[in-house]
Every structure is written in structure tokens, then in C-alpha cells.
Design a protein around this ligand. Structure first.
Ligand code: BMP
Length: 227
């Protein structure tokens, strides 16, 4: 249920740490890792296969792809050499000659595509959320693996789950540093909660990840019990 966003820096200000230690200490509590531009720019793209090798968990490359189809295909091919399991792409760029090409190539390379439908920051309401329903429909039509919906706005998660049934996996960021509580997104219909700084900036990331995992389990037990 927990995906750890590996964004640097690691550890608190007092105690600087490394992504390696964070992965080693958290791998028993997470289902996978999300690696974005900050860590790739810091360590190089080889960090993707390195995290996979240390953790034996799924790795999602979060480059929020938002280009013409051919260029996203070229990026995807490069990422495949680092054994990435999934990539995150923006849905707002549209399907024709865009996401359709990415999805077609992803099938050849056996890489999952996760499409951003709505984001966790406030600004998402200004443009992105106005097209959120169309983006979800595109994701359904393309039969991609999943979409990103915000843990900071649980009504969107509920609405999305109602619409997509079990056809898409829902990934929800916004827990901890952005204010959402562990377990609430899952109780609203998400499959995975993405947590970053609340764990990565802790001096004891393993303990933090375990606490979040336990909090998720408790909350889910309560919400499933009340159904
Ligand atoms: P944190 O828990 O530290 O706020 O990190 C959240 C992670 O999820 C970051 O890696 C961020 O890029 C990502 N994310 C997000 O916060 N909101 C979104 O809508 C989409 C994201 O990918």
C-alpha cells in the first residue's frame, strides 16, 4: 500500500544520509519506490537499477513525461535499459500522437504507464482539474496501469474509484509533508499511498516507514469494518 518517493535530501539537517541507507531501512515496509528528477540529476539514471537491486521492489520513474509521443517513446526506451517497472506521464497532453504512442511502446517494453489525472497541490484546480474527467476516461480507453489522484482531496479519489472500478490502479501522493493522513486515501479508494519527505527526511526512515505502514493497516481495518 506504500510507495516511497525517493526525493533528496535524505535524513534531517543534522544528520545527512544517503538514498542507499533509506532504501535498505525501508524496503520491508514499501511496495515500491518512486524516483524523480532530483535523485536522477543527483546520482544519474543508474540510480533506478541500483534501487531495484538493493530493494528487489518495483521502481517507478517519475519524470512526468509531457512531450510529443515520439520523444516520450525515445525516453521510455532509454529508461527501459535501467529496468524501470513503470513511468509516470501527464495526461493533459492528449492521446493522439501523444500518450497513445507512449502506451503502445510501453506494451512492447513491458513497462507500466501511470497517468497524472489530478495533482495534490492547490494549483491543480486552476487548469488540470478542469480536464480531470477526460484524462481519467483517456486512461480507461488506453487501458493503462494506473493514474495519480491526490490524497489531499479525497473526494476526487472517491469519484475516481466509482468511475474506474478495478480497471485502474490509483496512486495517491500528499501524505505527511502535504498534510494528508496515512490510510485516508486508501479508505477513499486508492490502491497505493505515495509518501516522500515524511520518511526520507527522518533520521530513522525505517521506523517512520513502519509507523506509516501500521497506521495504514489500522485505518483500513477501521474503514473496512465500518462498511
Ligand atoms: P512528499 O510526500 O514529500 O510531499 O512527496 C510527494 C511525492 O509525490 C513527490 O515525489 C512529488 O513529486 C509526487 N507528487 C505529488 O506530490 N503530487 C502529485 O500530484 C503528483 C506527484 O507525483
Amino acid at each position: 500500500m506504500l510507495v516511497l518517493a525517493l526525493d533528496p535530501p535524505f535524513g534531517s539537517k543534522e544528520e545527512n544520509s544517503s538514498f542507499i541507507r533509506t532504501v535498505e531501512e525501508t524496503k520491508d515496509y514499501v511496495l515500491g519506490y518512486k524516483i524523480g528528477l532530483p535523485l536522477i540529476l543527483q546520482e544519474g539514471a543508474g540510480v533506478i537499477s541500483q534501487v531495484k537491486k538493493i530493494s528487489h521492489k518495483k521502481v517507478i520513474a517519475d519524470l512526468k513525461l509531457a512531450d510529443i509521443g515520439d520523444i516520450m517513446v525515445s525516453t521510455l526506451r532509454k529508461l527501459s535499459s535501467f529496468e524501470v517497472d513503470a513511468v509516470i506521464a501527464h495526461g493533459f497532453i492528449g492521446v493522439d500522437d501523444g500518450i497513445d504512442k507512449l502506451v503502445e511502446e510501453s506494451r512492447t517494453l513491458s513497462i507500466d504507464v501511470i497517468i497524472v489525472a489530478s495533482m495534490s497541490h492547490k494549483g491543480s484546480t486552476r487548469y488540470l482539474d478542469k480536464h480531470y474527467e477526460d484524462i481519467v476516461q483517456d486512461a480507461l480507453n488506453l487501458r493503462v496501469h494506473g493514474i495519480v489522484v491526490p490524497a489531499t482531496r479525497l473526494d476526487i479519489i472517491r469519484k475516481t474509484r466509482e468511475k474506474v472500478g478495478n480497471k485502474l490502479k490509483l496512486y495517491s501522493p500528499g501524505i505527511g509533508a502535504q498534510g494528508a493522513m496515512p490510510g485516508d486515501a486508501i479508505c477513499s479508494g486508492a490502491d497505493f499511498e505515495i509518501v516522500g519527505r515524511y520518511i526520507t527526511r527522518s533520521d530513522n526512515p525505517g521506523k517512520r516507514a513502519q509507523e506509516i505502514y501500521q497506521a495504514q493497516l489500522e485505518k483500513v481495518r477501521l474503514c473496512l469494518g465500518s462498511q
